[in-house]
Design a protein around this ligand. Structure first.
Ligand code: UDX
Ligand code: ADP
Length: 488
């Protein structure tokens, strides 16, 4: 492989994609590297406008601490723009940070990632880059995507061979390990930074950026395929832990054990570790399911059906667990939700994010709507318009009597949103906590119970409320993974 002629000092970065990964990642890079000009570009004008607006509480991505980082770097050396071509042309390094959802049709549908946006980016880089450009895969991508990008870039190189300003490229994989809700901390103090590539000069050029704030021993260098596969594997292992603990939670409920106690006991084994053992409503987020399905697709493609089945089981368990929770709610409410009010607290896939991609709330809410429930939904950061998109159903604001203790059947299978917890809970037959937002752990159950319709239930799918306080308010209580007598 050819070594690049370029010197390794990076002065201009372009990041294509101003989403949950590109936006926060580049904000931290710009904040920590004031000498580097960072341009984040996106085809979505509305998103770019939102990144540029003065009110930092309205950035398109909600992440604790992001507003401060953006306020320090924006318009100093961090810029958000729709000028994709201009930013690519100026850049020494281009990060590809676009969406890679699972394909919905064609070859690999339901499993393989849809690479159309990555491919479009590679073509844009091939067309507009000047001189030597290092292209960095940041999006979560299936293994061997770098090859696709390389092929497109090399084709451009060959066709421009005789041009005066012919461009050259190097491709690196630099997977993102940030978790939403703690993205800024994860970026500022990463467990590790992984860089995969063939050219040591390109690898060191990228490493030199991270060295501005990441200790050298945390920067791992590897080959490109191992880097890509490490990202999928990390997410698959993490997701597998969630399915494991949720499966044990179901067994705890059946046997009288408490999954929190089981997790505490196994978590003290240093080989297992105590993190990522919280039973919940099932994992959501843009990465876990997609990455596992990618592994499944790859394994089948390479003739390893047993490996594929093993990982597919992790996703199947998660889906089963989500439906198990909705079935359980129906069962506890005497087998029917027809005309009953259920308050859903939390729609984001986890706390401290406004992201709803693959959130368990979607499957659970749809099940409850199918059963004829009238849902009232609260989330401190998710907008009702997003919930309407996710449920494929417009919000139906209640008539005055709807918010009171009496429920009617005319609103069966509908939902409405309120920014007030007390309002969504008023008149409800049941409250279902799906996201571990701090404010839900602080609810005054005595007050809430006064306006619920008896016999009223609290279903805590995140294990965040104090059971004694719920029970002493005269409410019935279920907690995920807890089979102890007090909660039955
Ligand atoms: C994940 C990986 O953690 C991150 O390294 C990668 O870069 C992207 O994918 P993210 O999806 O943002 O990050 O969130 P994460 O904290 O991993 O949570 C994923 C899901 O698992 C959430 O729905 C969360 O609520 C759930 N979860 C997590 C549990 O149910 N229990 C736990 O103990 C931990
Ligand atoms: P992630 O969680 O991976 O960051 P998002 O969906 O939040 O994913 O963000 C990806 C962003 O990439 C979107 O804002 C989308 O408009 C943008 N995007 C997709 N394709 C292109 C492209 N060819 N050029 C510029 N931006 C793109």
């Amino acid at each position: 492989m050819r070594e690049p002629e370029a010197n390794s000092v990076i002065r201009n970065i372009c990041c294509i994609g101003a989403g949950y990964v590109g936006g926060p990642t580049m904000a931290v890079v710009a904040d920590r590297c004031p000498l580097i000009q960072v341009k984040v570009v996106d085809i979505n004008q509305k998103r770019i406008d939102a990144w540029n607006q003065n009110d930092l509480s309205k950035l398109p991505v909600y992440e604790p601490g992001l507003d401060l980082v953006v306020s320090r770097a924006r318009n100093r050396n961090l810029y958000f723009s729709v000028d994709v071509q201009g930013a690519i042309a100026e850049a020494d390094m281009v990060f590809i940070s676009v969406n890679t959802p699972t394909k919905t049709k064609g070859l690999g549908a339901g499993k393989a990632s849809d690479l159309r946006w990555v491919e479009a980016c590679a073509r844009q880089v091939a067309n507009f880059a000047q001189g030597h450009t290092i292209v960095v895969e940041k999006s979560t991508l299936p293994v061997r995507t770098a090859e696709v990008i390389k092929t497109i870039l090399e084709a451009a190189q060959t066709s421009h061979q005789n041009d005066s300003n012919s461009s050259t490229f190097e491709v690196l994989s630099n997977p993102e390990f940030l978790a939403e809700g703690s993205a800024i901390k994860d970026l500022e103090e990463p467990d590790r930074v992984l860089i995969g590539g063939e050219s040591s000069e390109a690898i060191e050029a990228l490493a030199s950026i991270y060295k501005n704030w990441v200790p050298e021993q945390k920067i791992l260098r590897t080959n490109i395929w191992s880097s890509e596969l490490a990202k999928l594997t990390a997410n698959a292992f993490l997701a597998q832990r969630i399915s494991s603990i949720n499966s044990i939670g179901a067994l705890c409920e059946a046997t009288g054990a408490d999954v929190r106690e089981v997790a505490r006991a196994i978590g003290t084994d240093s080989r297992i570790g105590s993190k990522f053992l919280d039973a919940g409503p099932g994992f959501g987020g843009s990465c876990f399911k997609k990455d596992i399905l990618n592994l499944v697709y790859l394994s089948r493609h390479f003739g390893l059906p047993e490996v594929a089945d093993f990982w597919e089981g992790v996703v199947e368990l998660n889906t089963w667990h989500q439906h198990r929770i909705s079935r359980l709610v129906v069962k506890k409410l005497f087998g029917t939700l027809s005309g009953k009010r259920v308050a859903i607290l939390g729609f984001a896939f986890k706390a401290n994010t406004n992201d709803t991609r693959e959130t368990s709330a979607i499957n659970i809410a749809k099940d409850l709507l199918d059963e004829g429930a009238l849902l009232s939904i609260h989330d401190p950061k998710v907008a009702p318009a997003q919930i309407a998109l996710d449920l494929g159903l417009e919000e139906m604001k209640p008539s005055k009597s709807f918010g009171s203790k009496s429920s009617g059947t005319s609103n069966e299978g509908t939902w409405w949103f309120s920014e007030e917890i007390s309002e969504v809970c008023s008149g409800a037959d049941a409250i279902l906590i799906l996201t571990e937002w701090y404010q839900y752990s602080q609810i005054n159950w005595i007050e809430i119970s006064k306006n619920m319709r008896n016999p009223a239930w609290v279903f805590d799918a995140r294990s965040i409320v104090n059971s004694e306080k719920v029970l002493s308010a005269g409410l019935q209580f279920w907690r995920v993974g807890d089979g102890s007598a007090e909660v039955r």
